[in-house]
Design a protein around this ligand. Structure first.
Ligand SMILES: NC(=O)c1ccc[n+]([C@@H]2O[C@H](COP(=O)([O-])OP(=O)(O)OC[C@H]3O[C@@H](n4cnc5c(N)ncnc54)[C@H](O)[C@@H]3O)[C@@H](O)[C@H]2O)c1
Length: 472
């Protein structure tokens, strides 16, 4: 068990944590991050529960198994391949992240899932068509053993799909109870010592928070009364958090981004994070926009369009689901560029995002960006980005990292009671943050925040990149 050098009371909210950390950071590497609490060791199996066994989920699970068998490498995963610099640049200490903090090993992961279709993971992965069939055949016995539990689903929230493997219940509370039974059953039958829920289900129709989402009391009343503002993903989130299980949301649905879920998360010490995996186009946006801002280059327009042919693309062809995704994608520029601070540069931006369902491409999305920028004396310039990416190949390592880091958060006495894990913003298009605090979208700030959180947990110096001490 890793113990901390000094003990202090757990910070009541993120904002205060940031202020405290900033005050302690004094150099390229300052000496000693004070910290409190302990991190329990990653002993035993970690159960990964996935609502939505589609392209992303199967690419993740098949990938983990392929890596365990030595058939492939975990490219794109920070927890598996990343390092963290410790101390001064001259110290030469850059351990692998998985050796620096106690993370679950890949061999300890066990899986279950829920889906409206009855396909097991082998069949679902073959249907998704992301991974080579020859690779899937090598993994067939394992993938076939992961079968979907019946889902909590309502066609009204995902208009483009329907399926037979769905739970029945008089009220949404009954459905939540059935999910809680599933969770307990999986824990028992798998022998897992810890669990994580990772939403990889379809994007649901756009919903705004209402009275029903404001407190545990009003949410439970709404569950019993079948309130239509409670979407299926919220029922999974409620069931998980009630069982004390951390929940990550890979889709743009509100799901855990609600006052009731924050309350439940803190009360039951089940960390939450979301929303919407930052994979292709938005990843590029959160790299380029910070560069324009750093160099004070103006922006007049950013037109983003995509063609996508997988089931996710089909679901997003429905205006209700697209609106949820659009909201998630649009917030990025506003938060990075801060037009109120820089009205001459970013006060009048035309930002448009389109997603077009185009079956021939399958999971291989093509995302185009036309960016109109302006420089010295207002002279215009253009940048074109054409990213021929693979959606689920980009998403799978994110899922792995979130699973392992959320489990770390649950085992950390300092992180587990905080609710939102803002240090995991790095992985999301629309990161959750404390009420009243604007989210950080800049990929490099997110990366620094994540690594400094790991240093902080282990009592290592935070790194500020000041570095004056090298020139004393
Ligand atoms: N792949 C990416 O790059 C990426 C990036 C950001 C977000 N996402 C989001 O991740 C999610 C998964 O993407 P995907 O490509 O795997 O989609 P997919 O359509 O292949 O898989 C989603 C699965 O969820 C199931 N499902 C829907 N509602 C459910 C419910 N209530 N309970 C259980 N199962 C349910 C569907 O039947 C389907 O099998 C989507 O919401 C997508 O928008 C994906």
């Amino acid at each position: 068990m890793a113990t901390r050098k000094k003990s202090a009371k757990a910070a009541p909210n993120k904002a205060r944590v940031e202020v405290r950390d900033a005050a302690k950071s004094q150099g390229d590497a300052h000496s000693g991050s004070q910290h409190n609490g302990t991190i329990a060791p990653a002993k035993g199996k970690l159960g990964v529960m996935i609502p939505g066994m589609g392209a992303v989920a199967t690419t993740f699970v098949a990938g983990v198994e392929a890596i365990r068998k030595g058939l492939a490498k975990p490219i794109g995963s920070l927890t598996q391949m990343g390092t963290v610099r410790l101390g001064k640049r001259t110290d030469g200490r850059s351990p692998k992240i998985k050796e620096f903090v106690p993370l679950a090993g890949l061999d300890d992961l066990v899986f279950t899932g829920w889906d409206i279709f009855k396909d097991n993971m082998y069949e679902a992965a073959s249907h998704a068509g992301v991974l080579d069939q020859r690779l899937l055949d090598q993994l067939k016995p394992f993938l076939s053993s992961v079968k979907p539990r019946s889902a909590v689903f309502d066609h009204n929230y995902v208009k483009k799909i329907d399926g037979p493997n769905v739970k029945k219940g008089k009220t949404k509370m009954d459905l939540a109870e059935q999910l809680r039974d599933d969770i307990r059953d999986f824990k028992k039958t798998s022998g897992a010592t810890r669990l994580i829920t990772m939403w990889c289900g379809s994007t649901e129709s756009y919903i705004e928070a209402t009275e029903a989402h404001q407190s545990l009391k009003s949410f439970e009343k709404a569950l019993r009364e079948n309130d239509e503002m409670i979407a299926p993903s919220m029922i999974y989130a409620y069931a998980s958090l009630m069982e004390g299980v951390p929940f990550a949301n890979g889709a743009p649905n509100l799901t855990v981004d609600l006052p009731v879920m924050l309350e439940l998360s803190r009360q039951n010490e089940a960390p939450i994070c979301g929303k919407d995996f930052k994979t292709g186009q938005t990843l590029m946006k959160t790299v380029l926009a910070p560069a324009f801002k750093a160099r004070l280059l103006g922006l007049s327009g950013w037109y983003s369009t995509n063609i996508l042919g997988n089931r996710d693309g089909e679901v997003l062809d429905d205006p209700g689901s697209f609106k949820t995704k659009e909201e998630s994608k649009l917030g990025v520029l506003e938060h990075i560029l801060q037009p109120a601070l820089y009205p001459d540069l970013y006060g009048n931006i035309f930002h448009k995002v389109r997603i077009n369902y185009y079956p021939p491409r399958g999971d291989n999305k093509e995302g185009w960006d036309n960016i109109d920028i302006f420089g010295w004396l207002g002279y215009p310039m253009q940048i074109k980005v054409d990213f021929l990416c693979r959606d689920s190949i980009l998403a799978a390592p994110i899922v792995l990292d979130l699973v392992l880091f959320l489990d770390l958060a649950k085992r950390s006495s300092e992180l587990r009671g905080l609710g939102i894990q803002e240090w995991l913003s790095f992985y999301f298009k629309s990161p959750m943050s404390a009420p009243g605090l604007y989210p950080e979208h800049d990929l490099f700030i997110q990366s620094m925040k994540l690594k400094n959180t790991l240093r902080h947990l282990k009592g290592e110096s935070l790194i500020t990149h000041l570095g004056l001490e090298y020139y004393d």
